[in-house]
Design a protein around this ligand. Structure first.
Ligand code: NAD
Length: 290
């Protein structure tokens, strides 16, 4: 193990995260590895705090003996000015979701992109990556697009309801990955882009229990297209079910949710967790309605 401590105290800082499945995922995997590991939600909503207080919370946590934090909405950018070091990928992406509390200070990483990258490589091995269409260019979409380009996607068409947001994201990604072609599009561009694509990823909230429905016209799906979703409540979204029924290879959003936890757990403990075991636990929790 790379750390000198014999037990771990970890927190998740974000709004409305009390029911997050990340803490139990880490705790169960730690138990399986014989580690003493407590992972507590630090819910800004419950505590009546704002995301701008994330720096104070990190410092209190350090003083109280926390070894690490995951940070989520609305803190992934806000946390950056409080860090002493940031991994190259997190700096390029401009978002941090994991902070290690070390003797040399707070070190930021981003396991959303690496978790999705791992999910893509293991869940859809050999998937063609020449042309990919992605719907949704918000927070999750930024990490997914970064991972796709890092994995070698040649042409990425980003589509979002918010034209300014998608334009800005496409420009930022083009600057980071000059060898790739990143295009900002609108809903009207989807039929042509999807007809020419190898894969389609949806990173909008459409399909969640609280936001049911199909994010794209099912007529745009065809068997040769691989289809990925970032939504994991439910794991089997209407998009995933429809695509699978048509014969598409699919990747559900649970893979990304588990992937970010796998990579964060390893960064925190230095112990490589068992991704399959963590996914099985995750699916068990989701099927129990947690
Ligand atoms: P966000 O609000 O930052 O971004 C959502 C984006 O989708 C916005 O830019 C919005 O304009 C766009 N959008 C919404 N409806 C659209 C539509 N019909 N067509 C095109 N664009 C549309 O949200 P986020 O943080 O990126 O989260 C998005 C989803 O990702 C949520 O459902 C969340 O649960 C899920 N998520 C999953 C993981 C995971 O690990 N699997 C991680 C983070 C978020």
């Amino acid at each position: 193990m790379s750390t000198t401590t014999e037990s771990w105290l970890v927190g998740l800082i974000g709004e409305g995260i009390t029911a997050s499945l990340t803490p139990p995922m880490h705790e169960r995997e730690a138990q399986e590895n014989g580690l003493q590991y407590l992972y507590r939600p630090v819910d800004l909503t419950v505590n009546g705090r704002s995301g701008t207080e994330v720096g104070d919370l990190l410092r209190y946590g350090r003083d109280l003996g926390f070894n690490a934090f995951n940070v989520t909405h609305p803190c992934k950018q806000l946390v950056m000015e409080h860090l002493d070091e940031v991994s190259d990928d997190a700096a390029r992406l401009g978002a941090v979701n994991t902070v290690l509390v070390t003797e040399s200070g707070f070190i930021g990483h981003n396991t959303d992109h690496s978790g999705f990258g791992r999910a893509l490589a293991t869940g859809l091995p050999g998937a063609a990556l020449d042309k990919v269409v992605q719907l949704g260019a918000g927070g999750a979409g930024a990490a997914v697009a970064y991972a796709l380009l890092k994995a070698g996607v040649g042409e990425l068409t980003l589509v979002d309801l918010d034209p300014a947001r998608v334009q800005e994201r496409a420009q930022a990604l083009s600057a980071l990955f000059p060898a790739a072609k990143v295009t900002a599009g609108a809903a009207a561009d989807l039929p042509a882009a999807m007809a020419a694509a190898d894969g389609f990823i949806q990173a909008t909230p459409v399909g969640m229990h609280s936001h049911p429905g199909m994010p794209v016209d099912p007529a745009l799906l065809r068997p040769g297209l691989w289809v990925a979703d970032v939504i994991y409540r439910p794991v089997r979204t209407k998009l995933i079910e429809t695509a699978e029924a048509l014969g598409c290879r699919v990747l559900d959003g649970g893979h990304m949710a588990v992937g970010q936890a796998v990579d964060a757990f390893e960064l925190i403990t230095g112990v490589r967790p068992d991704p399959a075991r963590m996914r099985a636990h995750f699916l068990e929790m989701v099927s129990n309605g947690l």
